[in-house]
Design a protein around this ligand. Structure first.
Ligand SMILES: [Zn+2]
Length: 405
């Protein structure tokens, strides 16, 4: 049995009386409720489905199959419903958001067609932003601004939106922006007076003034077309609030007026980049100094034991740094490796990690460290000449370093 659709004529917050006809189990722990009449728009024509409740049970989705509207609910809620009278409540904010964006999309597509000659081939309504794909290679920023201004003028002029139910044989009376649907008995043509005619099954506002405002967020090249991002109505308000809040935080931090934060950030980044370059030089010099000291200490031990000042091979140098992070530990390791042919195992205690380096021929770090790593619950990876590892606990890292020593 076909459900009588009321989603075009009903968009109120109050309850709507209907009757549950059937409840059938579907896959994936869901069930479908069929009603004699429904206020819920099933997904289609680029417009997402409505949400709401049937006798308090929330809808997960609404779909249409052969004229029957299926109201999808979680199967665990089926016990709360039974055939008979039911109260339907529409999520009115979600519906209004969709209706605003759908009507806004018609106006935007019609305006782009009028100003550039390019047709809209598809649209998508996302949770955050909506998009249209326009059959044009490029839409420059100044064109988008002109389009946005023209759309806003049409919103302020409050053009009426009219719905024409047209038999297919009369469809050529309309100068349609979109292709004519082939299968329908009656074609629903949405007219924005003076702006656009488009066949569409979605929900629409009564006039363009109800859109309030529409912002074109940007455009990008997409499969030989141009994808245009836009938002309308309350989403513009939320977006503006969020951007303003962020601009104020940046403005306070940079001590620059909110409208000039872009330039202030660029200046700051340039300054930081120069400082980072200088810092890198200092860090390399510092690492080389530490590497010299480290190698000298171990060479000194050898000298004291009667050996020459050169390191015996393969000699394992182990050092735990109390205050160096891994970045610094790696710098020191690389510098020390350039000074002596040795095996280095350097630990960063703040990060509970270690790095091992070997420039000794026929010495495999992986097999040399494996037992100590396993015995102390460490994880690691690498090759024969470079190996890194980490531990959950500092005492495990310390025990590992003692075992290697
Ligand atoms: Zn539409």
């Amino acid at each position: 049995m076909k459900t009588i659709p009321h989603y075009y004529d009903y968009s109120s917050a109050g309850p709507f009386k209907a009757a549950i006809l059937e409840i059938n189990d579907l896959a994936a722990e869901t069930s479908a409720v069929t009603l004699d009449a429904s206020i819920f728009y099933p997904e289609g024509g680029g417009q997402p489905a409505d949400r709401g409740t049937i006798n308090g049970v929330p809808l997960l989705n609404v779909t249409e199959k052969d004229g029957e509207i299926l109201h999808i609910i979680s199967r665990e809620n089926t016990a709360q419903l039974a055939p008979g009278a039911a109260e339907l409540i529409l999520d009115i904010e979600r519906r209004r958001d969709h209706t605003v964006h759908h009507t806004g999309q018609h106006l935007l597509s019609g305006t782009i067609l009028r100003m550039t000659g390019a047709y809209t081939l598809s649209m998508h309504m996302g949770e955050e932003t909506c998009t249209i794909d326009v059959a044009i290679k490029d839409l420059p920023a100044e064109t988008l601004v002109a389009v946005e201004d023209a759309v806003q003028t049409a919103i302020e002029e409050d053009h009426p939106v009219k719905i024409h139910l047209c038999p297919p044989e009369n469809i050529l009376d309309f100068s349609l922006r979109k292709q004519i649907p082939q299968v329908e008995e009656v074609i629903r043509v949405v007219e924005i007076q003076g702006c656009d005619f488009s066949p569409c099954c979605g929900t629409h506002l009564r006039s363009t003034g109800q859109i309030g405002v529409l912002r074109v967020l940007g455009a990008e090249k997409y499969k030989g077309m141009t994808r245009v991002y836009f938002i309308a109505g309350r989403r513009v308000l939320r977006d503006s609030r969020l951007l303003r809040q962020n601009a104020e935080i940046v403005s306070r931090a940079l001590k620059a007026p909110a409208a000039e934060t872009g330039a202030a950030v660029c200046a700051l980044l340039e300054k930081t980049s120069k400082r980072e370059q200088k810092l890198k030089v200092f860090q390399e010099e510092d690492a080389m100094r530490k590497a010299h000291a480290l190698v000298a200490t171990f060479a000194g031990v050898d000298a004291a034991s009667g050996e020459s000042g050169e390191l015996r091979e393969p000699r394992i140098i182990t050092v735990s740094f109390m205050d160096a992070d891994m970045e610094e530990t790696l710098r020191v390791g690389k510098a020390a490796q350039s000074l002596a042919a040795a095996v280095l195992v350097l630990a960063s205690e703040p990060e509970v990690k270690f790095a091992a380096f070997s420039s000794v021929k026929d010495f495999d770090l992986r097999s040399a460290l494996k037992d100590a790593l396993d015995a102390n619950h460490g994880r690691g990876g690498g090759g024969s000449s470079f190996f890194q590892g980490m531990f959950e606990k500092l005492e495990d890292l310390r025990a590992f370093m003692a075992a290697v020593r």
